[in-house]
Ligand binder design. Structure first.
Ligand code: SF4
Length: 416
C-alpha cells in the first residue's frame, strides 16, 4: 500500500496526546450527558475512552456544569483514567473560564466557536478566552461552524461581493468567509499572545462537498493542525456514510490530524459508536489499526443457507468482545485479517490473503470448510462444530503469533 503523504502541520500537545506534526491521527468524541451530572458524565467518558477515544469533549454551558468539571476529572483519575478532557464553550466561555479557575485548570483544551462568543463584544470575549488559555497554558480549538458563522463578517462579505461586476455565488462567499473566520481568529489569538503550537482549527460543515472544499483551502493557507468532522452528520447509515465519504477524501489527501464523527445516536444507542466509526475509517484507509478486520463476502445464489452470515457475524462479535483484553496481552493483534467466505469460488483466494480464513460450503458443495493460515491450507473442518473449531484455531493463532511469551522468546533469541 502506498503511504499517504500528510500535510505538514504544527504539533500541538493536549496533555500527552500529540496532534499534528506527523503524529498518528487522533480519534476523539463528545459526551451527550448533562455535564452537571458528574456520575453520568464520568461513566460516559470512561465508556468512550475504553472504546478508544483518545480525547473526550464535554459541554461547559453554565455554572453548574463549570463547577462539575474538576469533580469529573478527579473521579476519572481515581478510576485510573487520564484521558484529556476538552471543554466546549459557547456564548459564555468568557465568563465561565475566569469565574471558575479550577474548571479551566482541570480541562486539557478549550474549544471556542468564534461565531458564538457574543453579539456586541464578540472579539473582546474571544480574546478573554484566549487570555484564559494563556494563563492556564492550554491549547485551543478554534472551531468555525457554518451553522453559527460570524454573521457580521458574513454580511460584510456578502455586501462586498454584491459590489463586484461579476459576483460569486452566495455559497462561494460563505465558504470564503468560513476560511477567513478561521484565519482571522487564529491571527487574533496569536496577537493576544497564544503560541502557534497551542492552536488547532476546524471548519465544520454538513455537506460533504462543501466540507472537502473548505478544508482543502484551509490546509493550503494555514499550518495549524486540523480537526476534521462533518457537522450534524445525521443518523445511522446516512451519517456514517456521509462522514466516511468526506473524511476519507480529505484523509487520503493527507489533510486532517484528529477526527470526530458527529453521529446522531438513536435514543438509548451506544454513544461509543462514533468512536468505532472513526477507527474504522482510519483502518479502512490503512492509516491506523485498531481491531482485527473480518473480511466476508456478500453471499449470492451459491449460499442458500444463512450459516456463513451467522459465522461471519459470530466471529466479528467475538473479535469486538475480546479486543479490550487482546489489546493488553496480544500487541499487534489489531493488524490481523480474518476471512469468512461463503463458498469456494473466491473463498480460498481471499482466505489465502488473510492471516486466517475459512470458506464454508456453498449450496450443493461438499459439506466441508477448508481453513487457510498464513496463505497455506491448514485443515478442513467438517460436521456441526465448524464455527467452534474455527474459533479455537483463531485463538491458537493469536496466542502463537501475538502472545507476549512469543515476543519475549523472540527477544531472547535475538539477544542470543
Ligand atoms: S464467495 Fe461464493 S458465496 Fe460468496 S459471493 Fe462469492 S460466489 Fe457467492
Amino acid at each position: 500500500m502506498m503511504p499517504i503523504e500528510r500535510k505538514k502541520t504544527i504539533r500541538v500537545m493536549v496533555d500527552d496526546v500529540a496532534i499534528g506534526g506527523g503524529a498518528p491521527i487522533v480519534v476523539q468524541s463528545m459526551t451527550n450527558t448533562d455535564t452537571a451530572d458528574v456520575d453520568a458524565t464520568v461513566e460516559q467518558i470512561e465508556h468512550l475512552y475504553k472504546a478508544g477515544s483518545e480525547l473526550v469533549r464535554i459541554t461547559v454551558n453554565h455554572d453548574e456544569a463549570a463547577m462539575a468539571v474538576p469533580h469529573i476529572k478527579e473521579k476519572l483519575l481515581n478510576r485510573g483514567i487520564d484521558v484529556p478532557i476538552i471543554g466546549d464553550f459557547h456564548y459564555n466561555g468568557h465568563k465561565l473560564l475566569p469565574g471558575y479557575p479550577d474548571m479551566a485548570a482541570a480541562l486539557s483544551k478549550f474549544r471556542i466557536n468564534p461565531g458564538n462568543t457574543g453579539t456586541r463584544a464578540r472579539d473582546q470575549n474571544f480574546c478573554t478566552i484566549i487570555e484564559q488559555a494563556i494563563i492556564h497554558d492550554k491549547p485551543v480549538r478554534i472551531g468555525v461552524n457554518w451553522g453559527s458563522l460570524d454573521q457580521q463578517l458574513l454580511a460584510e462579505r456578502m455586501d462586498d461581493n454584491n459590489k463586484l461586476s461579476t459576483p460569486k455565488s452566495s455559497k462561494e462567499v460563505m465558504l470564503d468567509t468560513m476560511v477567513e473566520s478561521a484565519r482571522r481568529s487564529s491571527e487574533i489569538a496569536e496577537d493576544v499572545g497564544l503560541a502557534s503550537d497551542k492552536i488547532i482549527i476546524s471548519c465544520k460543515m454538513s455537506g460533504v462537498q462543501d466540507l472537502i472544499n473548505v478544508y482543502q483551502r484551509i490546509a493550503e493557507e494555514l499550518d495549524y493542525p486540523l480537526h476534521l468532522g462533518l457537522t450534524e452528520a445525521g443518523m445511522g447509515m446516512k451519517g456514517t456514510v456521509a462522514s466516511a465519504a468526506a473524511l476519507g477524501v480529505l484523509l487520503q489527501k493527507g489533510i486532517g490530524d484528529t477526527i470526530r464523527v458527529s453521529l446522531t445516536p438513536m435514543p438509548g444507542a451506544d454513544r461509543a459508536e462514533e468512536v468505532r466509526i472513526c477507527q474504522q475509517i482510519l483502518q479502512s484507509l490503512g492509516i491506523r489499526s485498531f481491531i482485527p478486520q473480518v473480511t466476508s463476502c456478500p453471499g449470492c445464489g451459491r449460499t442458500q443457507s444463512t450459516y456463513f452470515q451467522e459465522l461471519a457475524d459470530e466471529i466479528q462479535q467475538y473479535v469486538m468482545k475480546q479486543m479490550p483484553v487482546w489489546r493488553e496481552i496480544y500487541p499487534g493483534v489489531e493488524e490481523m485479517d480474518v476471512a469468512v467466505m461463503g463458498c469456494v469460488v473466491n473463498g480460498p483466494g481471499e482466505s489465502r490473503h488473510a492471516n486466517i480464513g475459512i470458506s464454508l460450503p456453498g449450496t450443493f458443495e461438499e459439506p466441508k470448510a477448508p481453513v487457510y493460515v498464513d496463505g497455506k491450507h491448514y485443515t478442513t473442518l467438517k460436521g456441526d462444530r465448524i464455527g467452534e473449531e474455527f474459533r479455537q484455531i483463531l485463538d491458537t493463532y493469536i496466542l502463537e503469533n501475538y502472545g507476549k511469551p512469543k515476543e519475549n522468546e523472540k527477544a531472547l533469541n535475538e539477544a542470543d
